[in-house]
Design a protein around this ligand. Sequence first.
Ligand code: NAG
Ligand code: NAG
Length: 726
Amino acid sequence: MNAWTVPCVLLALQAVSCLGSVRWCTISEQEMRKCTAMAESFQRASIRPELQCVEGTSEMNCAAMLASNNADAVSLSGKGMFNAGKQNKFKSAAGEADDKEYDTSYYTVAVVKKSNLEININNLKGKKSCHTGLGRTAGWDMPIGYLIDSGRMSVMSCNILKGVSDFFSASCVPGANSPNSPESLCQLCIGDENGQSKCSSSAAERYFSYSGAFRCLAEGAGDVAFIKHTTVKENTDGMNTDAWARLLHSTDYELLCRDGSRVSVNEYKRCHLVKVPTRGVIVREGVSTAEVFSMLNEGLKKSGFPMFQSSIYGGTNLMFSDSTTNFLRTESENYVDWLGLGYINALKSMQCTTESVPQTLRWCIQTHGELLKCQKMAESFNKKQLTPPIQCVSGDSYEDCMKKIKNKDADAITLDGGFIYTAGKTYGLVPAAGESYTEGSSDSSYYAVAVVKRSVTDSFSFSGMKGRRSCHTGYGRTAGWNLPVGVLVERGMIRPQRCQFAQAVGDFFSASCVPGANQPGFPANLCEQCIGDTSGNHKCEPQNTERFYGYNGAFRCLADGKGEIAFVKHTTVFDNTDGNNMEPWATSLRSQNFQLLCLNGARAEVSQYAHCNLARVPSHAVMVHPDTDINVVYGLLDKAQEFFGADNNTNGFRMFDSSDFEGTDLIFKDSTIRMTGVGEKKNYSSWLGTNYMNSLKVLECSSAAVSSASVLLVSVLSALLTSFSV
Ligand SMILES: *[C@@H]1O[C@H](CO)[C@@H](O)[C@H](O)[C@H]1NC(C)=O
Ligand SMILES: *[C@@H]1O[C@H](CO)[C@@H](O)[C@H](O)[C@H]1NC(C)=O
């Protein structure tokens, strides 16, 4: 009999069953006994489809049996589902729930004392931590996975224990007491009343498990405890009568939220590190999830079989969790939705093992200067035993390097925005680490802004720019040209014919200074407001001899009154006002006399750039093959910058300094202060951001049209590809 050929059209009416039977995969002898008893009970109650039990050996094995059509359904833990999903396709049919039909997932939270005012999720480095136990979900896998995945903690060569001990100043991680574990991981543990069993993975260690980790916080040993959302409630306000807990109040504790804020312990639903899913039922492709769900639901209601008890079969949580009372129909058949991205990302970060570390990290370089710096970097990293070791691989061009990485002939390259777009879109590469140019900020990017003078009589808005005079950093540059032009096109304010952007901009503004627009065929008014050097030579040239070139030059063009709008970056105003630039033209300028034009038509103060800008311009990123573990790349670079970063010049080599070699910005930009993790920006489009992506797409029109061999088009294309630098 082939049950699968029965048409399912009547399913919605619940009139027929399409499946003759459902073969349930069991992973142990005890489960098999429970399943068999359940099947008999279901049969007596005439539950359809009929339940049958087949024998598997493990969660992974059952998932494989689903894929090979040797079983139809199995219940898996979240972790089991995640692991099985790497190799097999299946659908999610049901989850476990409580009697109110809420899913019974739980939340991993980071708890601190309310009186410890200074601590938040962003400054945990150097603090003392309390964990339920090594390898446990709420106290270890989830919080550590979250900290790594979010870029807050780095781990070199997947040595997670070492990474955690480098991150926290001291911890209690019961179970981290093997001879090769770093000592700081057991430092805060206290053992039993006699000081025995310190750091053991058992109740003898008084700081073990949920209540133990909370006690470690409550007694002041640690600054933060990683526990479940229920733990504080269970041990405060008289709920736990043990001497250590009797007088504790839940209101003395707070949760650390992912956004850096803190809230009361009741608000765990919106403030937690990771939501941990319950077990779920999965079925093979080709089996109706509705029917399997209906079988379970009917069975629960009509058969009288105790589906959520396991002890009579000699186990716990057999087939389903013993604490469950109900089943929940999953909203989507995609198991990823059931598990949740936060959970998946935390698990992924924890699955980095020493086997997943490559022998070497092959950096793709292009110039002789880069080669020299790369060799010095490799040698310097080796001296500090940083792993994996760097190897230098030569590419002919950026695109050649991207191709090499795609083909796994190289591993990494640092790229700027325009190239990140190509690397992601054409070659499928992903960001692994970013550069940061500002002290103290975790957001490694800058904003492109439109600056104007404050005026009571003439306060025009963004849409009122037509016919005015403009100042630009340079032709083809990001903040001064590509982004403003992209925005103008995108908003329909200019309509370039055949990608002739310069023509369209020349028609839009009455006169401008666009250094570099002194090209044949370009409108002359694009250079009209430029002034050249002190003798009036080199007018409109894209270099410092033109005094209106670059960020400061474009701003000067505005300040001097030659232009009415300057397209610069958000720091430019501050760099040149309030006494920060002592050149004669700038000494008397005050930042309060300038404003920003926002895309929504408003004006804003120059300090409000985060809400009033043309786009957030992403910083340069290290791009890698999607198969490369980005935590390995960031783990190496983060460790390396302790020795060779901007604030350490005691070790001979400096990562963010090219002056000993031929050229500038070799491998990393010289203005980099430090490398950061990518956090949530895991693909090229989220790295670049919507506004920036939209501008790039607009300018990309040139690449489609490039075969028409127009000089104009080619120059725009090459500007796109080579000048997207800060
Ligand atoms: C600089 O490097 C040395 C090791 O060479 C290290 O001991 C020191 O902590 C580093 N300094 C900083 C600020 O990271
Ligand atoms: C990038 O990631 C975001 C979520 O972070 C997702 O919405 C988007 O579809 C992804 N884009 C690509 C091109 O993969």
